[in-house]
Write a protein that binds this ligand. Structure first.
Ligand code: S3P
Length: 448
């Protein structure tokens, strides 16, 4: 298992482009596969999660060319997928599993979706229940978890569904099933969640109607392939936004970052804390707003995080908790119980790690309270466990910027699910992270 050993360093600087957006990369493979004609995808995230989705669609009979940079998908049309010869393994990816379940519910063949230990413990009834109302037949374990057996050959019908949780994965799963359903599928969300599925469907020429908090589509249309440009992932950029904000003397330019308003909660929260983030050269790429972000160090203060921002920053809280630890005063997060069912229980795992590093952090059922320590060194050195959660590993790596000794982070292999090349890019910015995986490779090379 890979560990990161992170040495304290003073500041970060330079110009960086983080890898492609994970959410958009998953959707690009899925929609391009069921479109008519060829789709070229640039900026695709070659991370473990989106590559699992790519492999799943190859297993479903789609020709997908990958030259290591760009992807070319030879779409088979809405009804051209073929029965897979074996189980589809989705690894660590909740997005891959949940969206694919919606899409597979409308196919004429059976399929089985599996995942790693983390994914196999995550709640799936949130998609199984509404899909069942649409006529799908999906079996799971008694705990409501994967493996999922999706029985094909069902005729689906549209439903009008109010989601109890603000989840883009649930919304997207239902929209994808809705493509195969008779009549109209409508979903209402309790708070705005990422709308990449809706935007990309429209980009493929598929009519989708969105009004305040409600999205509807009719089944039986056609998607037409084209070109998709994937922006850099704001969720990956978030680690560098926090790094530059907390380390005195820092200035970073993060280029071509997706700033879809359903994803920019991290910018809003950091700015409320006093961060210095400029949004430059706003433009559009592939139906998504993008910009360059200039981030300079600024003294941060603790805040009560507005509940409205929570779904728009849902993946950025591990990084934001590190910012909170460096702020003057207390930061309080509430209304974020969803964090307990992500790749790990992000409230508990972050609270444990922060406490190990000398920060007062109180986990609550739906959030956390963190007492900031605005001193020159904020964190003690120590050893924390990411519990296999990519974003927790990267968050604690950033904390080392303000630590008095080295921070060792256990179980970092899954950083590759969303941010391949993190250690090298972080080194370019000025972070000092040694990965035991790289050290092992060097030993092997020396032995050859
Ligand atoms: C995602 C939606 C979010 C997010 C996940 C990606 C997506 O999950 O946490 O990393 O691509 O739709 P929920 O929809 O469960 O909140």
């Amino acid at each position: 298992m890979t560990d990161f050993i992170c040495q304290p360093s003073s500041s970060v600087s330079g110009e960086l482009r983080v890898p492609g957006d994970k959410s958009i990369s998953h959707r690009a493979i899925m929609l391009a596969s069921i479109a008519e004609g060829v789709t070229d995808i640039s900026g695709f995230l070659h991370g473990e999660d989106s590559l699992k989705t790519l492999q799943a669609f190859r297993d479903l009979g789609v020709q997908i060319d990958d030259n290591g940079e760009d992807i070319c998908v030879h779409g088979v049309g809405l009804h051209g997928l073929q029965a897979p010869q074996h189980e589809l393994y989705m690894g660590n990816s909740g997005t891959g599993m949940r969206l694919l379940t919606g899409l597979l519910a409308g196919q004429p063949f059976d399929s089985i979706l599996t995942g790693d230990a983390s994914l196999s413990s995550r709640p799936m009834l949130r998609i199984i229940n509404p899909l069942t109302h649409m006529g799908a037949v999906i079996e799971c374990l008694p705990e409501g978890t994967a493996p999922l057996h999706i029985r094909g050959g069902q005729s689906l019908h549209g439903i009008d569904y109010s989601m109890p949780v603000a989840s883009a994965q649930v919304k997207s799963a239902l929209l994808l099933a809705g493509l195969y359903a008779e009549g109209e599928t409508c979903i209402s969300e309790p708070a705005p969640t990422r709308d990449h599925t809706e935007r990309m469907l429209r980009g493929f020429g598929y009519p989708v109607h969105s009004t305040d908090g409600r999205v509807c589509l009719n089944g039986g249309g056609v998607l037409t392939g084209g070109a998709i440009e994937v922006p850099a992932d704001i969720s990956s950029a978030a680690f560098f936004m926090v790094a530059a904000s907390i380390a005195p003397g820092s200035e970073l330019l993060l280029t071509h970052v997706g700033i879809n308003p359903t994803r920019t909660g991290v910018i809003d929260i950091l700015r409320l804390m006093g961060a210095d983030i400029e949004i430059l050269d706003e433009r559009e790429a592939g139906g998504e707003p993008v910009a360059d972000l200039r981030v300079r160090h600024a003294p941060l203060k603790g805040i009560d995080i507005p509940t409205e921002t929570v779904p728009r920053a849902i993946d950025e809280f591990p990084a934001l908790f590190i910012a909170a630890a460096c702020a003057e005063g207390v930061t309080r997060l509430t209304g974020a119980e969803e964090l307990r069912v992500k790749e790990s229980d992000r409230i508990q795992v972050m609270a444990d790690g922060l406490q190990t590093l000398g920060i007062t952090a109180r986990a609550m059922p739906d959030g956390i309270e963190i007492e900031g320590n605005p001193g020159q060194t904020v964190f003690n050195g120590g050893r924390v466990d990411s519990e296999g959660d990519h974003r927790i590993a990267m968050a604690f790596a950033v904390a080392a910027l303000r630590a008095s000794g080295s921070i060792e982070i256990h179980d970092c292999d899954n950083v590759d699910t969303s941010f391949p090349g993190f250690v090298a890019l972080a080194a370019e910015a000025g972070l000092q992270i040694e990965s035991t995986a790289d050290a092992a490779e060097t030993v092997e090379e020396d032995a050859e």
